[in-house]
Structures are given as C-alpha cells and as structure tokens.
Design a protein. Structure first.
Length: 170
C-alpha cells in the first residue's frame, strides 16, 4: 500500500485544472426578452405600473378556462406596462397567486394563474365567481396587484353576442 502515486493530484499540488471564473454569469440570458423588467427593480427605481384596461370587462368566471373569455384578443395583451417577468395577484381573503412569463406577463398568464387555483371549485363554493378586474395600490404593496371579484359577469345584457332562447315558453 505504500506505492508511489503515478498521477498528479491537482488538489494536493494546489493547481487548478480550470481557468479562474470571471464574475457570475447567468445561465439563460436569451430567454428573457428585452424591455421586460423585474418588479423589484421597478420599485427601487420608482417606476409606476399601469394595468391594461381590458382586464376590467372580461366577464370571466374564475373556475373556467381562460379560453372561455369572449374577446380572445385581450388574452395576448400585456397585463402591465412596463412589462414584468412575474407579479403576485392578491385576493381580498388573503390568497395569493403568482403570474409568470419571462417575455412579460400577459392577461392570459394572470388568468391561467387564477384558474389553476380555482379550477376544482364548484360554482356554489364561490361567493363571487367573476373577475371584476385588477388594482395596483403602490401604498400597500408595489409588487402585487389586488384581484377584485364580483357576483355577476358584469357584461350588460344584449352585448355583442345574443343568446337564442331554445327553452320554449320562458
């Protein structure tokens, strides 16, 4: 067992086989889009958020898929300006969900995050099943949006698509 070593052990010799690292490099620089900010950076710089107005009139039921929204165009719109990578959505009863998208959180990303939380709930379990919209209150928390819910869809009767009465004498 007292044979001499034939290979040089770099750890013993104090030598390094790899060149020294120059600073910390992030793993995936290409996956985040230009102009997409971190919400914490916005708070440090004092940049205010603007929420897409289209979120106020979706008439979307939170336990149904976001694809059921009547106007599909609003799903592609950015939730906030400037674009953020992630944002917390806070419900009045204390529940909080996070919407994420490295290319900027869209309305669909926010609805998907909410739907994931409520998809297993029955209609009678929800007091206020419809999305009324989002509110940003910088005094309470810079990094999250408050989700407002309501009892009815909020879309006035006789909107763009009328329902046909197939029930007979009602």
């Amino acid at each position: 067992m007292s044979e001499p070593l034939t290979k040089v052990d770099s750890a013993v010799q104090g030598l390094s086989s790899s060149p020294p690292k120059e600073g910390v490099k992030h793993r995936r620089a290409s996956s985040s889009a230009n102009g997409v900010m971190n919400i914490n950076d916005l708070e440090k710089d004092g940049i205010e958020l603007n929420i897409a107005k289209e979120t106020q009139k979706t008439g979307w039921k939170i336990n149904t898929s976001p694809s059921t929204v009547e106007e599909k165009d609003i799903l592609k719109k950015p939730l906030t300006t400037p674009l953020v990578k992630k944002i917390d959505l806070h419900f009045p009863l204390g529940l909080e969900v996070t919407a994420r998208n490295l290319k900027g959180v869209t309305v669909k990303d926010a609805l998907d995050a909410i739907y994931k939380q409520f998809k297993k709930r029955a209609d009678d379990e929800l007091d206020q099943p419809y999305l009324a919209g989002f509110e940003w209150d910088k005094d309470e928390s810079w990094t999250r949006l408050i989700v407002h819910l309501q009892k009815d869809a909020g879309i006035p009767a006789g909107g763009s698509k009328k329902k046909k009465n197939k029930g007979g004498d009602e």
